[in-house]
Design a protein around this ligand. Structure first.
Ligand code: MLT
Length: 248
C-alpha cells in the first residue's frame, strides 16, 4: 500500500515494512550506504535537514519536487553519492515522498523497517527468507499520495523472487499451494501481471509513467537505469533505534 493506507491495513507491529521509492530515494539511500556512508538519517522536513548544516560529520541532502533544495549540498541522485563524497559520513536526507513514507511508518510504531528497491533485491530476499516475520509489507512511496508504477512493480518483483525461492510455480497457480506463505490481492496481482510482461525492459515500460516523465523533463534520465538495475547496491538499509538507517 501507499504510506497513507498503512493505518488501514494495520500489519502487526512485528511485521517487516519494506519502504520503496524506486525513482529515486531508495536508490539514493542504497548508493550512500554501499559507497561507505556510515548511516542515513531520514528526516521529514526541510527545517530538520537544515538543522544539520555546519556539523562536519553530517552531509545534508534534500530534494523537493525532484529538485535539489538550494540549502543542501547534495540532492537525490544516487550517482552523486560517490565513495569520495560519502565515505565515513552520516547522511541526513529529506525527500518529497521517500523519507516521508519512512516517517509515517515510524509514527505508527513500526521498527522492523528497511529500504528496498531493485538495487538490493537479492539482499532483501535473503534477509526475508532468513527471518520469521509474521508479515512483510511493501510501502510504495508513490508521489504525494498517488501510486507510482515503478514502486508497485518493485513490490511485484520482490513477490516474484520470493515465490521463486520458495520453489513455488510461477505459473498462474502461483501461491495456491497449501503450505505457501505468500498471499496477494488485486493491489499486487495487477502490477505482477505487468511486471511479468515487461521485466526484461523496465526502462522502456516505466517511460509511460508519470515520475519517469517528470525526471525526463528535468534532464535526469540517466538515473533511470541506475535505479532499475538489479543488485547494483547489495546492502540492506535497516532502521536502527538511534534514528538512522544502517547497513545490516
Ligand atoms: C521522492 O522521495 O519523492 C523522490 O525520490 C523524488 C525524486 O527525487 O525523484
Amino acid at each position: 500500500p501507499s504510506p497513507d493506507l498503512l493505518s488501514l491495513y494495520q500489519p502487526p507491529l512485528e511485521a517487516l515494512l519494506v519502504v520503496t521509492d524506486v525513482f529515486r530515494a531508495s536508490a539514493t539511500i542504497l548508493s550512500a550506504l554501499y559507497h561507505g556512508a556510515r548511516s542515513v538519517r531520514p528526516v521529514a522536513t526541510e527545517e530538520e535537514a537544515q538543522s544539520y548544516l555546519n556539523q562536519p560529520q553530517y552531509l545534508v541532502a534534500a530534494e523537493r519536487n525532484a529538485l535539489r533544495c538550494d540549502f543542501a549540498p547534495l540532492g537525490n541522485d544516487p550517482e552523486e553519492y560517490t565513495p569520495e563524497i560519502v565515505r565515513g559520513k552520516h547522511v541526513v536526507l529529506t525527500t518529497t515522498n521517500g523519507t516521508r513514507s519512512i516517517d509515517m511508518a515510524l509514527q505508527l510504531g513500526y521498527r522492523n523497517l528497511c529500504v528496498g528497491s531493485f538495487g538490493n533485491l537479492s539482499r532483501l530476499v535473503r534477509h526475508i527468507l532468513s527471518k520469521d516475520y509474521p508479515e512483510v509489507m511493501v510501502i510504495a512511496a508513490g508521489w504525494k499520495g498517488t501510486v507510482c508504477a515503478e514502486d508497485t512493480l518493485f513490490a511485484a518483483a520482490l513477490y516474484e523472487r520470493i515465490a521463486k525461492e520458495c520453489t513455488v510455480s510461477s505459473s498462474e497457480n502461483i501461491a495456491t499451494e497449501p503450505d505457501c506463505p505468500l498471499t496477494y490481492n488485486d493491489a499486487l496481482l495487477f502490477p505482477l501481471e505487468a511486471y511479468r510482461l515487461h521485466r526484461d525492459d523496465l526502462c522502456s515500460y516505466t517511460s509511460r509513467f508519470e515520475h519517469y516523465q517528470r525526471l525526463e523533463r528535468l534532464g535526469r534520465l540517466a538515473t533511470i537505469p541506475v535505479c532499475l538495475e538489479e543488485d547494483r547496491y547489495p546492502v540492506l538499509p535497516y532502521w536502527h533505534a538511534s534514528g538512522v538507517l544502517q547497513s545490516l
